[in-house]
Design a protein around this ligand. Sequence first.
Ligand code: NAD
Length: 317
Amino acid sequence: MSSITRKVVLIGTGMVGMSFAYAALNQSICDELVLIDLNEVRARGEAMDLNHGLAFSNSSMKIYFGDYGDCSNADIVVICAGVNQKEGETRLELLQRNTKVFEAIVPRVVSAGFEGIFLVATNPVDIMTRVTYELSGFNAAKVIGTGTTLDTARLRYLLGEYFEIDPRHMHAYVIGEHGDSEFVPWSQAIMAVKPVYAVLEKYPQRYKTEDLDKIADEVRTAAYSIIKAKGSTYYGIGMAICRIVRAIFHNENSVFTTSVRLRGEYGLKKEVFIGNPCIINSNGANRILELKLTDDELEKFRRSYEILDENFCSIEF
Ligand code: NAD
């Protein structure tokens, strides 16, 4: 991260992209924000709308509708572009169509001379991150997916309610695929200074394993519940993207369960992108933190990893 002006290019100005953009403006996380979308009319309109809010913000951010040439000196390219699942369409067919979308995006970003960090939110996010890695030829540290960052935030919020403690002191993570095979490695969950299992053991009348299972289920199915209620999810993920961008710009060394490329961790040899705690700083995914999983947790992680690999391998490039 060498530039003085912090520049982000957002590709995909739909609900997720614009939730990120709105949060970015309110939190003043960059100096320049460029909006790109296949639907140019919409992207122009979104830029106008955001600019009209500038006077009420603490930001002097430059926001404009742009093109791929704008990626040349950008620090971060955030990708939220994609197509939605059609009725009767399989997950794999959706994956194939979103790969086509990325084939139309990633090579153009690279050709513009972009040398920064890709941050991907499009679903299925772990696989789309790997697609970005393959299409860009970038170092894996420079290609990050939002992974289970949002799921982890949902988990910490629910655990905070359950244990009546500030969620920032709940150190628990959702790992694996951002999807049905994700899970919580409870053996690693810590309430402030005590392992959650130790808290359960000490207060068996008050805290129960079944409650933890319910919380993990609620996290896993949260997106389905929100989609049922309001069509799609966007604010939470928009803020998660914003948080990761901030960690990159501020060289924070903060830990997020982003989608990152494994290379031998957990004894797994294939180069799969998957949600796992990772230190994020201005170099991107700086260091993957390998957890000490129980045999059962390792089996769940391996299952998630295999699902992601199989799906990726079935894509026709
Ligand atoms: P949306 O339909 O509102 O927006 C998608 C945008 O992508 C549209 O504006 C469309 O014009 C644009 N687009 C399509 N093809 C393009 C191309 N070739 N070039 C440029 N732009 C293109 O969808 P949304 O609700 O904003 O969701 C976006 C993605 O984010 C989806 O894949 C969704 O599943 C995903 N999502 C991820 C998470 C997460 O945790 N990672 C959470 C919620 C949603």
